[in-house]
Unconditional design. Structure first.
Length: 258
């Protein structure tokens, strides 16, 4: 094992451990309430990050894992960005297709807010794994493009649930993995991608685009509107546009830093 490979090995191992844990802990995550299980996983990943960093003679601050005075503003900035992106995509989707929404009478605002709290530890545990220690450590050792590519691929595979097809994984979570990776690189923190991640999940749940959550609004098909473009095709187009914009922003930032 050469010197460069030896330096990269701990970060890769951390990612593999995280992936193996998620694929082998499905039964536990079902038995234990999600908000409790995901909070425990967050703590576990932070402890594991500390162990790996101690081995590498580094610290949590060097990997942007310790909150500072800029963390809260960055988190709120991420929430705004995520709301803007998903809000615009939903607006286009409901405007240009035959999809419509109607209020779900079985859900209340307070119950939805309470249920949405689970998205905080869920998003955080994913950010710690994919945009935490291994992301920032690898970015010190290899080209950031490869770091974002690797973590996005793993982020997509992590969302495999037994019935997902590879195409949907990469066109969905895979592209969002690029968005979160670019946000982490530009902000030099996990706070911004965490904010984007949380707001994206909440808005999707709000409009019945996430399973296992009772939405505030149900998505229905309006038969009075002619279907000029299918929601699936428009969704794919918007995802690709999001990917292209993210890559352009990344490339512009890389060239600006040179």
């Amino acid at each position: 094992m050469n010197a460069n490979t030896k330096l990269r090995f701990p970060s890769i191992l951390f990612l593999l451990i995280g992936m193996i844990f998620f694929f082998s802990s499905g039964a536990v995550m079902v038995v234990v309430p999600v908000i409790i299980a995901s909070t425990i996983v967050c703590i576990g990943f932070l402890i594991l990050s500390g162990i790996f960093l101690r081995y590498e003679k580094l610290n949590m601050s060097s990997m942007n894992l310790i909150p500072n005075k800029s963390s809260i503003p960055k988190l709120f900035f991420g929430l705004i960005i995520g709301t803007a992106i998903v809000g615009l995509m939903l607006l286009v989707l409901f405007t240009m297709t035959n999809l419509d929404i109607q209020r779900d009478e079985n859900q209340s605002i307070m119950l939805f807010i309470k249920a949405s709290l689970v998205f905080v530890p869920l998003a955080l545990m994913e950010e710690i794994l994919f945009r935490g220690y291994p992301f920032f450590r690898l970015s010190q050792l290899i080209n950031i493009r490869w770091v974002i590519f690797l973590t996005s691929i793993l982020f997509a595979l992590y969302h495999y649930n037994g019935s997902s097809n590879i195409y949907s994984l990469f066109i969905g979570p895979g592209i969002w993995g690029v968005v979160y990776g670019v946000a982490a690189y530009l902000s030099n923190s996990i706070a911004v991608p965490l904010g984007i991640h949380i707001s994206a999940n909440v808005l999707q749940a709000l409009f019945a685009l996430k399973s296992d959550y009772v939405p505030m609004w149900d998505v229905i098909i309006n038969k009075d509107i002619s279907n000029t473009i299918t929601p699936d095709h428009l969704g794919i187009i918007m995802q690709i546009i999001l990917l292209v914009i993210s890559i352009i922003i990344l490339e512009f930032s890389i060239r600006k830093k040179k």
